[in-house]
Design a binder for this molecule. Sequence first.
Ligand code: ASP
Length: 337
Amino acid sequence: MIYTGGTIGMKQDLRDQTLKPFDFDQILDEVPELGKYALRIDSYTFDPLIDSSDVEPSLWQSLATLIRDRYDDYDGFVVLHGTDTMAYSASALSFMLENLSKPVVFTGSQLPIGVPRTDGKENLVSAVEIASAKDPEGHPLVPEVCIYFDSLLMRGNRSTKVSSEEFRAFRSPNCPPLAEAGINIKYNRKVIMKPALWSAPLQISTSLDTRVSILKVHPGITPQVMRHFLCSDAVRAVILETYGSGNAPSSQWFIDIVKEAAGMEKVLINVTQCLSGTVDMDLYATGKALEKAGVISGKDITTESALAKLFYLMGKSPDNRWVKARLGDNLKGEISE
Ligand code: ASP
């Protein structure tokens, strides 16, 4: 169990009335139920513990390295993480952990584990059960990076935070849940991915290139703003968050700036602003124009996952043509085929 911080382990600081992280032993004291499983649970606590709004790619690199170093010692890993950036971290780890054949289950909570109505206990206990579950052949049931939250197990790189208030804080709109917890935990074995080779050794890819900007297209967008996001020297790739099935304004200046960025060899990916559904640039003339200008379809990927995929692919190669060629591939179940 790897504790990085987040609401699940926070306590009210009586001095300034804000939530601050407390230490891991106190979390375990709150969940004696874990002792009822015949499991050995070791814990690793990050220092400092953070609110996940402070997550940086360096945390993903530390997490990947920790999991790689301890990989052979455990059947599975549970990562306690704040909800705000959990979908980003789970997406990143899904790409960085190559040949994964054990569960890595992210969880957290909306209410701290010490408060009476907390959702943290159920999330934590079920995440542990899932991380240790095996099939009759002795293989892990869920050898994927996933998020467990409010009875749903979701693929990490398909999940997104949808509520700052409800216990059901995460959804996976374009991919069915990997499991649902009721009286029993029902695994959706048709959706869960299996490694090509169970015995392949885990490899990690920790080199990440973060030179990505995200532009949410909106009515009233100006050429100045657009050029800033697409053509700046500081940017190697751009996620264009477009309307509906991948549509954007058809004005000539808009297309010209996209072409200008494509001419500068920027990697441009089209992701929909909609919570569910896919980009299909062949559907409308406005989408077609983007495709012609050199924008790659992100299909039904989430923005969090597109960002992590770009960091990962660009970290692997300085060649933008190679990155563009791999971007449409389904690497870790992050897009539907
Ligand atoms: N701000 C918190 C965090 O993401 C919220 C949470 O954990 O739910 O760390």
